[in-house]
Every structure is written in C-alpha cells, then in structure tokens.
Write a protein that binds this ligand. Structure first.
Ligand code: ZN
Length: 152
C-alpha cells in the first residue's frame, strides 16, 4: 500500500519537496555530502565498492566496511522521464529525468541532473557531482554534464 505524503509548506504556502529520511546505515553518506564529499561503502574484506549502504558485501558476504571518497565523476548509465506528478511540489518540474549515474569507480546512483534540459540528457554523457544544500541537515549529491551542449 502506498500513502500520499502530506506536503510541507514553504514560506509562500506552496508545497516543498520532501527531504530524505536519513537511516543510520546511510548517515555517513549524508554527513559527507554536507561537506560536499561523495563517498561510497568499501568492503574491507575484498575491496568491492557499493552504494547504497548494505549490511553484507554482495561479492564476498563480508560485513566489515568503511566509507571512502570517490571522484564524483561518471556517466549517465540510464534514465527515465517522469511525466506523472507524484508529489505536488514536483508539479512545476514535469517532465523531468530520473537518472542512473555509473560512477567512474563502479557503483551506480539514482539521482537527477542540475542545469540540464531534458533534451540534453543522453546515455553515456560524462557527468560530475554537484551538491545541492536543501536544509541545515540535508545535502543531496546531484550531477551536472561535464561538457554540456551549446544552447541556441
Ligand atoms: Zn567483499
């Protein structure tokens, strides 16, 4: 069963976008993001990188991990275009792209692009992380095209 979130209201009574609930397992990721650093989990037993946080390594089933900084560079692996308004705060954004970025180090992140019109989104495009400070407690890593096409 799904529930419709109750929209928070901004200063002018318009709905604001919901912030992620930060679970304990992902707290180091969001703490690093606040410092504008992108980190992923690394298995201490075998060195495999993973995102999002998981209790066990899918390569060796090891359970000891650390968080390490990554380059913040990668490419668009896939994307889809959202046309449906699932939350009133996104009404002005549709249609917009939800993007899967494959980091240069391997892990994939579901995210969105900043300063990138829909017609500029393409699979394989090089991107780099750009941090969006949403509140005192929440910064979201998003991405920008490294080499955006010229706008007419
Ligand atoms: Zn492992």
């Amino acid at each position: 069963m799904t529930t419709t979130p109750t929209p928070r209201l901004g200063a002018h009574g318009t709905p604001t976008k919901p912030l992620p609930k930060i679970e304990a397992a992902m707290a180091p990721f969001f703490a690093a993001a606040q410092k504008h650093r992108l980190v992923v989990q690394r298995c201490i037993d075998c060195g495999a990188l993973r995102y999002p946080a998981r209790e066990l390594c899918s390569t060796c089933l090891g359970s000891t991990t650390e968080w390490i900084a990554v380059s913040g560079r990668g490419e668009i692996f896939s994307y889809n275009v959202m046309h449906q308004v699932y939350h009133p705060a996104f009404a002005g954004d549709v249609p917009y792209a939800v993007v899967i970025v494959k980091l240069a180090e391997g892990p994939m992140m579901t995210t969105s692009l900043l300063d990138c019109p829909l017609e500029c989104v393409r699979i394989g495009a090089a991107v780099e992380v750009a941090f969006e400070d949403l509140s005192a407690d929440v910064t979201l890593p998003k991405f920008r095209l490294i080499d955006p096409p010229e706008q007419p």
